[in-house]
Design a protein around this ligand. Structure first.
Ligand SMILES: [Zn+2]
Length: 299
């Protein structure tokens, strides 16, 4: 069943690729090319699972992405969205959680090629070398990055981002003190480790339910430049740039290619997320929306 679905997707993507490319070029000419931001968790050839991609497949992804996209950092994603200035097909690479194996192959590959990368880590798990609950439940407590590795990555030019202290699900946290602690404390811990400002936050799980109003307000107050979701969407010029939308760097190459070529169904079917941005974040643009209505925003 899975292979039939993938074969169908492959056929659709191949058939529509020329028209999608033409549409992307037209949008780029107007400064409105949708911007892709992908996320990975773990690149390794051992202990395969749903959140791991093999080294060979990751290299295939990066080869393809580098050949077809301008590889940019999250600050440039935001600039393009904010100023309606998205004039090339572009992609930003991110990682979540902080798995040790990433330093064997993936991070050296990105550094060697000069590809920008934002690496989101969960501080208490890293500092205490405490495996993630999702790995323990899966019966495979995978090793995490060390504090030294985080510092070395930062020194080498990887942007280190915040992924809370304990990988919390904000849809289940209602105590404001915990929300604050998971965001503010994690940021300052990471800044102490890296000696650099930590500019970006990625919501654990990153689905619409986790993007709570309380957490977004604390993210703003803490001085972050933006936050990432993970429910699968593009960044469209003129929209709310504080929210960076991402999709999974799926090990199935055809799914990645489908996302990267801008699947019109994904644009139309983006889930609606409702939140108000704090007044501190002012949006100069209103957004001519493609597809579904944009999140509610305060001006
Ligand atoms: Zn995570």
């Amino acid at each position: 069943m899975r292979s039939i679905k993938l074969a169908a997707l492959n056929a659709v993507t191949s058939l529509t690729l020329p028209s999608r490319r033409a549409r992307l070029r037209q949008a780029a000419n107007k400064g409105t090319a949708p911007i892709s931001v992908s996320f990975y968790h773990r690149v390794a050839d051992t202990s395969p699972n749903d959140w791991t991609i093999s080294q060979q497949k990751f290299r295939q992804h990066i080869d393809y992405c580098q050949a077809n996209f301008e590889m940019i950092g999250l600050d440039e994603v935001q600039r393009r969205v904010r100023f309606n200035d998205s004039r090339t097909a572009a992609l930003s690479i991110t990682f979540d959680d902080g798995y040790r194996d990433n330093c064997d192959f993936a991070i050296p590959l990105l550094l060697e090629r000069g590809i920008p990368c934002t690496y989101f880590v969960t501080t208490c798990n890293i500092q205490g070398q405490k495996p993630f609950e999702h790995d323990v439940l899966h019966g495979d407590p995978l090793p995490l990055n060390t504090v030294k590795q985080i510092r070395e990555m930062s020194d080498a030019g990887i942007e280190i981002g915040c992924h809370t202290r304990h990988h919390v699900d904000f849809s289940k946290v209602h105590d404001p003190a915990i929300v604050r602690d998971e965001i503010v404390h994690a940021k300052s811990d990471l800044e102490q480790i890296t000696g650099r400002e930590v500019r970006y936050f990625a919501f654990p799980f990153g689905m619409p339910a986790q993007l709570t109003q309380a957490a977004i307000e604390v993210i703003d107050e803490a001085g972050f430049d933006g936050f990432c979701s993970a429910y699968g969407a593009y960044n469209l010029a003129g929209r709310d740039w504080f929210h960076i939308r991402r999709f999974h760097g799926d090990p199935e190459f055809v799914r990645l290619k489908n996302w990267l070529s801008i699947d019109p169904r994904k644009v139309r079917q983006e889930p609606e997320v409702r939140y108000f941005f704090p007044p501190a974040i002012s949006f100069q643009e209103t957004f001519p929306m493609i597809g579904r209505p944009a999140p509610t925003m305060a001006h």
